[in-house]
Design a protein around this ligand. Structure first.
Ligand code: NAD
Length: 251
């Protein structure tokens, strides 16, 4: 039996990048994994490839997030792991920002994470019989913060603010939900090679690689492995933490 056998996991924005690598890692560890993507058909196709399930969901729609979590708990008998991964990064100097850009980033990155933590926290707090026959209550939530939310970055004020909010959400939700056996942590990745960062200029990527103690950028599966650790029992006494996965970034 693998570490996460009998557990149900939900990964938002799981159709590519860090979310997809995490969905694969959790599946390899034995979990039943549901991914969400904005396009339901694409989410279902991607999920089929690793043996999971796919749902359509725009996390900017607060109520739709709650509905999706309910659907997962009904169809799979509960929820043990949430990885609130869906996020967008829109760059722009302060002087160029429009209200709609600010709102969109906050709606997806902050409101989307709050909605997911609220709904998953409720579902995990309920006592239930798991598919492997055990009685279970509690669970593990992992959020996606960023080093940018800690150090800041020119041209990324709104993204940085949204990720600082995610880190604060992890610390606060950990305090609210700890009594019901729900752990909440965040990872703060450095620059990871995904579609999100593919558009950054080569000189920015080179500079970021040079700023890491390990002298290179990260890969999605290197973040996924840390998320899998936080999701599992090896991290059963870890909550309210924001863990850097940044190759030893020197700010
Ligand atoms: P990505 O762009 O490759 O993937 C993001 C995923 O989120 C996609 O599946 C996308 O469809 C989904 N998504 C976006 N908006 C959504 C919405 N409104 N509703 C539902 N799904 C939505 O990005 P990634 O690099 O894999 O990033 C994943 C997470 O990690 C993000 O929260 C990002 O901010 C964070 N992060 C990434 C890096 C990095 O360097 N790549 C660094 C720090 C933090």
């Amino acid at each position: 039996m693998s570490e996460l056998t009998g557990r149900v996991a939900l990964v938002t924005g799981g159709t590519r990048g860090i979310g997809l690598a995490t969905a694969r890692a959790l599946t390899d560890a034995g979990a039943t994994v549901v991914i969400t993507g904005r396009d339901a058909a694409n989410a279902a196709t991607v999920a089929k490839e690793f043996g999971g399930y796919g749902l359509g969901l725009d996390v900017a729609d607060f109520d739709a997030v709650g509905t999706a979590v309910k659907r997962v708990t009904t169809e799979h008998g509960g929820l043990d792991i949430l990885v609130a991964n869906a996020g967008i990064m829109e760059n722009g100097l302060l002087g160029m920002l429009r209200g709609e850009d600010v709102r969109r980033t906050l709606d997806v990155n902050v409101s989307g994470a709050v909605a997911a933590v609220q709904a998953a926290g409720r579902a995990m707090a309920r006592r239930r019989k798991a598919s492997d026959g055990s009685e279970r209550r509690g669970g593990s939530i992992v959020l996606l913060a960023s080093v940018v939310g800690i150090y800041g970055a020119a041209g990324q004020s709104v993204y940085a603010a949204s990720k600082a909010a995610v880190a604060a959400l992890a610390r606060s939700a950990a305090r609210e939900l700890g009594g019901r056996g729900v752990r909440v942590n965040a990872v703060a990745p450095g620059v990871i090679r995904t579609d999100l960062t593919a558009g950054l200029p080569a000189e920015v990527l080179d500079k970021q690689a040079g700023a890491a103690a390990l002298g290179r950028l990260g890969d999605a599966d290197e973040v996924a492995d840390v998320i899998r650790f936080l999701a599992g029992d090896g991290a059963r006494y870890v909550t309210g933490q924001v863990l850097g996965v940044d190759g030893g970034l020197v700010a």
